[in-house]
Design a protein around this ligand. Structure first.
Ligand code: HEM
Length: 537
């Protein structure tokens, strides 16, 4: 009887404890989700949309919008003088949209290192690509940036020019094969460019065709694994999303999840093998003082990996700071991921702009044909291509109007006041390049039109670096921007030289309105592909 009474007391205490714990959790959650954002938060008076859904704020509107940045662009224009626009997200989390050029300057330039990327982002792709440049923070970021600065210098990038040109020719060839006997056809250029992008990026980043990165097991190859990760099944995508909110990846016993984990391991392992072999080859060449051609490097040594390993060797000899093999794999994965989606997006939107703006296409073709006539027989140098004024205007205008990268986040590591706005530590700040790029206050009433000539007469805010945010700004500005511009311009030259682009019946039916966009999405993609009429010239 004595023991029973004791048991009963223990059980009651336990139940009471659990009950109180639960009650406290519920109360705290209610406070955080309902009371704090509406009645307590110092940010509650900031301008922003108020038509919230219960508990999920703007989330419902955002995923039902016709494009993944439509509402944010609208908010930016509605509250055009507000440095930050406040909105409520899932669980009513207060989020600030970085809005004016001045706010972009404060966050990305002046106070760059007072911000970090939220864990949510890391759990989304950082788990796969590791803490390379994209996910390094603070002193580690400065260190990596210092080491990689040289890699993306103009002299190094110029070594890649022949590869960009071969890749652009390959792309045009691929498109050409889709045309009928008369050299015409309606082609989904989005599909065409997406198919090629990873292969082409692989050539410039690793120097090998990624489809050749295979294992002894014929079922496993790099491309299959990479696609499994970046073009996931619906279930796999759902798990990735849940994992950003609650880190459950390791605990989900589903094949979709195991397959994903296996694929990420394989991708890293194959790249690591590739890095080790390249180090052996280059060390051998360097010790014997041989050229790379003599040791037969894949891609004749014209790729970022070779340059990075060469740099590592050189720095190593000087007993300086070096990237180890694991670091190099992280960087390669970062470059592959950052490079291939954006690159396919760029050419898709460029062709769309050309097909829907015949005058722009004619002006651009005239400039390009004239240039090719002048340089006939010789290889075209980057220094000359980069000087073509209309090509430069056109490419920047496409990147402004249809910026392929959609969004990323920052969180302040301490409480701070920016542009007169108090921002508590840990508040998520949303960075959407399109909000700056398409701001009517900055670019004028025709901000959403494609007008390459506007780049010849920039005034006011449009003349500041913070008007064009496609590549970000400040110490974390895209390190691949010159690489991307080289690749983009080379592709535009090749495509315009070989084809004329016209509206397909599907584009005709839109009557000039931009196509519906994929939403939700990680990059800016048309929802129903991009069918364009292509004619060989
Ligand atoms: C048009 C194509 C591209 C666009 C629009 C683009 C856009 C961006 C943006 C907006 C950022 C800043 C992100 C932030 O501040 O959080 C960024 C960073 C970065 N990009 Fe790109 N990118 C492009 C191509 C590339 C390419 C081709 C590479 C590599 C070969 C690359 C590598 C990187 C890396 C490593 C970072 C991180 C830099 C850092 O945090 O220090 N990007 N990119």
């Amino acid at each position: 009887g004595k023991y029973q009474a004791k048991d009963f007391a223990t059980q009651t205490t336990l139940l009471l404890f659990c009950g109180l714990f639960l009650a406290q959790y519920v109360l705290l959650t209610l406070y955080r989700v309902i009371v704090y954002p509406h009645f307590v938060s110092p940010m509650r008076y900031l301008p922003g949309p108020k038509n919230n859904w219960p508990l999920v704020g703007q989330f419902g509107h955002l995923i039902r919008a016709s494009s993944p940045n439509e509402l944010q662009i609208e908010w930016g224009n509605t509250w055009s003088t507000a440095p930050f626009v406040r909105y409520l997200s899932l669980a009513n989390e207060e989020t600030l949209l970085i809005n004016t050029p001045e706010a972009h300057k404060e966050v990305f330039q002046t106070h760059c290192y007072a911000f970090q990327k939220p864990d949510v982002l890391f759990r989304f792709i950082g788990e796969i690509i590791g803490r390379g440049l994209l996910f390094a923070e603070g002193a580690e970021h400065k260190r990596q940036r210092r080491i990689l600065y040289e890699l993306f210098s103009m002299p190094n990038l110029k070594k890649l020019m022949p590869v960009f040109q071969e890749a652009a020719a390959g792309l045009a060839e691929f498109m050409d094969r889709e045309l009928d006997a008369e050299g015409k056809g309606v082609i989904d250029v989005m599909e065409c460019f997406s198919k090629m992008a990873l292969d082409l990026t692989g050539l410039t980043v690793v120097g090998v065709e990624l489809e050749n990165l295979k294992t002894p097991d014929p079922k496993i190859d790099f491309l299959k694994c990479f696609k499994r990760i970046f073009q996931p099944s619906a279930l796999s995508a759902l798990i990735s999303f849940i994992n950003t909110q609650v880190p459950v990846r390791r605990w989900i016993p589903l094949e979709a999840n195991y397959g994903y984990i296996r694929a990420t391991k394989e991708v890293r392992r194959l790249l690591l093998e590739c890095v080790r072999q390249r180090i052996i080859d280059i060390d051998r060449a360097n010790e014997k003082n041989e050229t790379f051609a003599a040791v037969e490097l894949p891609g004749s040594g014209r790729d970022l990996l070779t340059i990075m390993v060469q740099e590592r060797w050189r720095v190593n000899k000087m007993a300086g700071d070096v990237l180890n093999e694991e670091d190099i794999v992280n960087q390669l994965l970062t470059f592959l991921v950052a490079g291939h989606e954006t690159s396919a997006g760029n050419s898709t939107w460029a062709v769309y702009c050309l097909a829907t703006h015949p005058k722009i296409q004619a002006t651009l073709r005239a400039e390009i044909m004239d240039f090719l006539e002048q340089t006939k027989g010789a290889t075209q140098q980057w220094s000359e291509i980069d000087k073509l004024p209309y090509l430069n205007n056109f490419c920047r205008e496409v990147l402004r109007r249809y910026c392929p990268s959609l969004a990323t986040y920052r969180e302040p590591i301490t409480d701070m006041t920016l542009c007169g706005t108090f921002i508590p530590k840990g508040t998520p700040l949303l960075f959407m390049p399109a909000v700056a790029n398409l701001s009517r206050a900055t670019w004028g009433a025709d901000a959403e039109d494609v007008v390459p000539e506007r780049w010849d007469r920039l005034t006011g805010d449009a003349a500041t670096p913070y008007a064009f945010e496609t590549f970000g700004n400040g110490p974390r500005v895209c390190i691949g921007r010159n690489f991307a511009m080289m690749e983009f311009k080379t592709q535009v030259i090749e495509l315009v030289r070989r084809f004329r682009f016209e509206r397909s019946p599907q584009l005709e039916a839109l009557g000039g309105a931009p196509p519906a966009m994929m939403n939700p999405a990680i990059s800016l993609w048309p929802r129903d592909g991009m069918p364009v009429k292509v004619v060989r010239v």
